[in-house]
Structure formats: C-alpha cells, structure tokens
Design a protein around this ligand. Structure first.
Ligand code: F42
Length: 145
C-alpha cells in the first residue's frame, strides 16, 4: 500500500518552505542545516489523514534511516511524532531518491545504537535531551521492498 492522501502544507512557513524546496529540487536546494545533510519525511496525519512533509536531519546506516523527534528539546513531541505512532508507513526523500519505509520506535540496544549514529551526525541531539524531561523518541525506518 503506497502512501496516499492530500498534501497538507505545514502552517510553519519555515518548515513548509524547506520541505517543499528540497522536494521540488530533488534535494539540490535547502539540502542542509548548518552544512549537515537533511532528508524530507512524509507522514500520514494522525488526525487529518493528510500527507505531512517534514525536514529532518539525515541519519542513515546500511540502508536504514533514523528520525529523531527532538523539536529542539521542546517539552512536547513534534506533531509528526503522533503521525508516526499512528501510521508506521512513511516515505523518505534523500537527495533525489524517494522510497517508502516502515517505521518503529527504537528501544534498548537498538535505540542506543541509533542514538549514537544520530549524535555522530548532529551532536545537538544530546543538548536537546538535556533541555527536557520528555524522552526524545527515535524511530528506525526499514525499507519496504
Ligand atoms: N525537527 C526534529 O524534531 N528533528 C530533526 O532532526 C529536525 C531537523 C531539521 C532540519 C532542518 C529543518 O529545517 C528543520 C528540522 N527540524 C527537525 C524541524 C522539523 O522540520 C519540524 O519543524 C519540527 O520537528 C516540528 O514538527 P511538527 O510536525 O510539530 O511541525 C509543525 C510546525 C507542523 O507542521 N504542524 C502542522 C500544522 O499545520 O500546524 C500540523 C502537522 C501535523 O502533522 N498534524 C497532524 C495531522 O493529523 O495532520 C496531527 C498531529 C497530532 O498532533 O496528532
């Protein structure tokens, strides 16, 4: 079942612009955050059922990806977290390649392993976690053949 639904742009101008520019240019523009590559994740809205597109740091290992629901260490989860909890099928665009994945929340050793990959790419995740009581969740995305 491939992702279907109406694209619902974010109400955040910044979030919308980066995701749409990245997608429209095949990852050539708006492709990084302070020089670190990003990806664009498409999730199915937990309430609206619409397609939501979110720029996130690129954390990849052996063909799998992780997405980190940090939201800068805010006390509340990002909205896309709730989408992933409800709808595990996602799409991820990395450069000009867009594929579908099944997402699961990482726990235990898997979480530790992937948190390491994530902080290798973006050390600020550790700073964000220090800022909040909330456990910043990490999802591992496995390719859907
Ligand atoms: N955010 C991260 O959490 N982790 C990252 O690694 C990360 C990297 C990154 C790199 C570049 C960049 O430009 C931004 C980056 N961000 C990163 C910020 C990220 O793009 C998001 O802006 C941020 O995580 C907040 O996500 P959000 O989903 O809360 O976004 C808000 C602004 C938003 O789009 N809200 C929508 C709106 O219209 O208000 C609703 C979105 C939504 O999914 N609604 C659901 C629905 O049903 O449609 C309901 C969800 C629910 O609450 O049940």
């Amino acid at each position: 079942m491939s992702l279907s639904g109406e694209y619902l742009p974010s109400t955040s101008e910044w979030a919308r612009t980066q995701a749409e520019t990245y997608e429209a240019t095949g990852g050539q523009e708006s492709a990084d955050m302070r020089g670190v590559p990003i990806i664009v994740l498409t999730t199915v809205g937990a309430k609206t059922g619409g397609l939501r597109k979110t720029a996130l740091m690129r954390v990849e290992h052996d063909g799998k990806y992780a997405v980190v629901a940090s939201k800068g260490g805010a006390p509340d989860h990002p909205a896309w977290y709730f989408n992933l909890v409800k709808n595990s099928r996602v799409a991820l665009q990395d450069g000009d390649v867009k594929k579908e994945y099944e997402a699961h929340m990482a726990e235990g050793a898997e979480r530790d392993e992937w948190w390491g990959y994530a902080t290798d790419v973006w050390p600020d995740y550790d700073e964000y976690q220090k800022k909040t009581e909330r456990r910043i969740e990490l999802f591992v995305l496995e390719p859907v053949d």
